[in-house]
Design a protein around this ligand. Structure first.
Ligand code: SF4
Length: 256
């Protein structure tokens, strides 16, 4: 069982007040739940905490902590608080992780909502145009953003995060399927070009037989369904021999 040790020199009167601490504990806790005195720690000047084992079933390693204090020149202590605290061997619940940090991509189901914070750095107000380059053609789009379109658009940070995530993931050049591909997406007829800054690195695969059909792929990604993929000589099906016309035997046919 753990025995507490003093962290700073404990007040002598407070350290001796084991009985006073136990009496205070008994006012709040059933006697059958209180075990042996485990020690004390000096919390502050004339402030001492006494620990008693908690023998309540299910509370292995927990300790009752009774803090006593003494006024300057006072000969007796008064009780500050009585609490139950986990010791080093106590079974405690894992640290709470907010649901936002626990949720993983792909966890959302139909009807689930995942609100975005107002200050999410991946988004900026629509009128700033975010990662979208402003030119004459996009002025109308910007006007739409201001009045009737999206309130927020992707920020430069949000764009860079997405680009890096896509590039590092299973649609980038390091994916195993890309490593053994006969050609890259940049030379594939099934690649659909996108618009905007991301189009410099990514396109969309439009091959119904490819694993990435309908997904963003980097130009240096690739797969075996590349439009120009051809089977090697060894892999091609062998031509069938000429059919043989058998004029000597015949097959028995069922009689109906
Ligand atoms: S079929 Fe394969 S190589 Fe062609 S675009 Fe799609 S993923 Fe890229």
């Amino acid at each position: 069982m753990t025995t507490a040790t003093a962290t700073k020199k404990a007040d002598a009167v407070g350290a001796r007040a084991v009985d006073a601490a136990r009496t205070a504990l008994l006012e709040s806790v059933d006697v059958v739940d209180i075990g042996e005195h485990l020690g004390h720690v000096g919390e502050d000047e004339r402030v001492v905490t006494h620990f008693f084992a908690c023998v309540r079933p299910g509370y292995k390693g927990w300790r009752w902590a009774v803090t006593v204090a003494r006024a300057p020149r006072a000969k007796a202590v008064t009780v500050d608080e009585v609490v139950l605290l986990p010791g080093d061997e106590a079974i405690v619940a894992p640290e709470w992780v907010p649901w936002r940090d626990r949720i993983k991509p792909g966890d959302l189901g139909p009807g689930d909502l995942l609100p975005t914070e107002d200050d999410d750095p991946r988004l900026v107000p629509g009128y700033t145009t975010g990662d979208e380059v402003v030119d004459q053609d996009s002025v109308r789009e910007v006007a739409d953003e201001l009045g009737f379109g999206r309130t927020r658009v992707l920020s430069l940070e949000g764009r860079d995060l997405a680009a890096q995530r896509w590039y590092d993931g299973s649609h980038g050049p390091d994916a195993p399927i890309a490593q053994s591909a006969p050609g890259s997406c940049s030379t594939c007829g099934f690649l659909v070009r996108m618009a905007g800054p991301l189009s410099q690195v990514f396109g969309v695969c439009a091959n119904a037989y490819a694993n990435d059909d309908g997904r963003v792929v980097s130009f240096d990604h690739g797969c075996g369904a590349h439009s120009e993929a051809r089977l090697g000589k060894k892999s091609r099906p062998q031509p069938l021999p000429e059919p043989v016309l058998d004029t000597l035997t015949w097959d028995e046919l069922d009689q109906f």
